[in-house]
Ligand binder design. Structure first.
Ligand code: FAD
Ligand code: NAD
Length: 471
């Protein structure tokens, strides 16, 4: 029962961590209030992250395929004049965002979750003030408080993001014209996804990456294969290179770079995308006042129950350490409220997939070869190329491979790494295998429908013991 201005659980932030936790807590019988300072629910993910970027990745992919003509002409489809209506493409993206964020309003109403528009600030360990220009401030009390305030983009020292010429992912999702030249600083998730969008729409894109490889956190073979595929599409890469300064003169941005062997150069661009990572967002919460501890990088420190250094206050998602992924935030949201309800909430971080939605897509779950080598853990490798998969051949998507890593003694799957069309969907089966502690033989003996791309996973699992059928 909700007493006046008192609930069981008060959640700060309605991103995938906060809104999913709110729904699950309501299902478990708690009275729940969720505070969100944005007009719309869904957080970074729905408003300025996963969803708008995937909408643009999809429409720009369609445009690029038609522009290239080859995939169509090869199968007898001839296309006439092509033109780009960027305004309409952006409107279509916004429509998807609006539909999905409104969908969460509906879910909140259905689950009787109290939704407050405003910025939350701690008054004490059980009390939060909610402030918004449009309404008078309110004070709410709760038995438990969950911080799910997410993250924000970083930039480099001395470089100011104006979201016009020097943009973060947010600006890159809403450019009003296609830049002739775009420099992307950072060859991680955002740099490669948003770099792909604008390259497909006609920009000359150069990605400057500090490390000697792309997506350095993933299995190295994936980064190398992705670089090859994106280079073929026309993206230029400057690896082992750092940006030393950015200056603007009229409509041109000058990006000073220095390679690892100290060669200096300047790149010119109409737009520069800063994609050097994100940092936890806790501004304005006044955590110091109540003693919620953060680590040296600003992440809120939590124990295995996601409880902070202050009893009764919990935190999940991008604001705590770990990969900044929407599904990680969701799983943590569910785990924390199930634990509060007396159940055994748990997140299996060993089976947490990650996907880069370029074309081809890149997807991983479990340990990479580099991680296994670093811990001196023995492993067997089974690999299968999409070139030898009949469905990939039939649909003209033969780039990439599936790699299965398994324990040489027990055959247990340790990691699966995929680059190829629809890798993000294929990785689901691999995540399930890891979750169930499956062996490579378990995957290999599971009957897979024919002809499907998933058969490449079965074949890679068979290849672990050297008996793939189709190669
Ligand atoms: P957020 O989604 O950041 O939500 C936090 C919310 O808290 C925000 O809405 C904020 O307004 C609110 N808030 C903050 N402080 C207060 C306060 N004091 N009072 C009230 N409200 C407050 N991840 C994937 O898994 N897949 C993808 O494809 C993917 N694509 C991405 C693309 C881009 C361009 C970006 C930027 C990110 C992408 N991510 C993706 C990452 C994903 O968006 C985040 O991991 C996820 O949103 C984190 O969820 P969260 O709930 O922790 O925080
Ligand atoms: P990232 O950590 O993925 O990549 C940042 C890259 O920038 C790294 O490769 C790093 O080496 C490089 N870098 C850092 N400083 C540099 C410098 N001075 N010069 C050149 N390169 C530099 O971060 P991101 O791409 O900004 O994305 C932020 C987070 O958002 C990601 O970590 C991810 O968790 C999330 N995200 C996920 C998806 C997805 O799941 N598909 C998509 C977008 C964003």
């Amino acid at each position: 029962m909700t007493q006046k201005n008192k609930v069981d659980l008060l959640i700060i932030g309605a991103g995938p961590g906060g809104y999913v936790a709110a729904i699950r807590a309501a299902q478990l019988g708690m009275s729940v209030l969720c505070v969100e300072k944005r007009k719309t629910l869904g957080g970074t993910c729905l408003n300025i992250g996963c969803i708008p970027s995937k909408a643009l990745l999809s429409s720009s992919h369609k445009y690029a395929e038609v522009k290239a003509q080859t995939p169509f002409a090869d199968v007898g489809i001839e296309i006439g004049k092509l033109s780009l209506n960027l305004k309409q493409m952006m409107a279509a993206k916004e429509k998807v965002v609006t539909q999905l964020t409104k969908g969460i309003d509906f879910l909140f109403e259905k689950n009787k979750i109290i939704r407050k528009k405003g910025t939350a600030r701690f008054l004490s360990a059980q009390e939060v003030a909610i402030e918004d220009e449009a309404t008078t401030a309110e004070v709410w009390q709760a038995r438990f408080i969950l911080i799910a305030t997410g993250s924000e983009s970083t930039t480099l020292p001395g470089i100011k993001v104006d979201e016009k010429q020097i943009v973060s992912s947010t600006g890159a999702l809403s450019l009003t014209k296609v830049p002739k030249k775009m420099v992307v600083v950072g060859g991680g998730y955002i740099g490669l996804e948003m770099g792909s969008v604008w390259q497909r729409l006609g920009s000359q894109v150069t990605v400057v990456e500090y490390m000697d490889r792309l997506v350095p956190q993933m299995d190295h073979e994936l980064g190398a294969a992705l670089q090859k595929a994106l280079t073929k599409q026309g993206i230029h890469f400057q690896l082992s290179t750092k940006v030393t300064g950015i200056t603007e003169k009229k409509d041109t941005v000058f990006v000073a770079i220095e390679s690892a062997d100290h060669k200096q150069d300047t790149l010119e661009a109409d737009v520069v995308l800063m994609a050097t990572g994100r940092k936890p967002f806790t501004e304005g919460l006044e955590l110091e006042k109540i003693g919620v501890a953060r680590n040296d990088k600003g992440f809120i420190v939590v124990n295995e129950r996601y409880e902070t250094s202050v009893s009764g206050i919990f935190a999940i998602g991008d604001v705590i350490p770990g990969p900044m992924l929407a599904h990680k935030a969701e799983e943590e949201g569910i785990a924390v409220v199930e634990t509060l309800a007396g159940q055994k909430g748990h997140v299996n971080y060993d089976a947490l997939p990650s996907v880069i939605y370029t074309h081809p897509e890149v997807a991983s779950v479990g340990r990479s070869e580099e991680e296994l080598k670093a811990t001196e853990k023995a492993y067997k490798v089974g690999k299968f190329p999409f070139l030898a998969n009949s469905r990939a051949k039939a649909v003209g998507e033969t780039t990439g491979f599936v790699k299965v890593l398994a324990d040489p003694l027990t055959d247990q799957v340790l990691g699966v790494h995929i680059i190829g069309a629809d890798a993000g969907t294929l990785i689901g089966e691999a995540a399930l295998a890891l979750e169930f502690s499956a062996s490579a033989e378990d995957i290999a003996r599971t009957c897979h429908a024919h002809p499907t791309l998933n058969e490449a996973l079965k074949e890679a699992a068979l290849a672990v013991d050297g008996h793939a059928i189709h190669i």
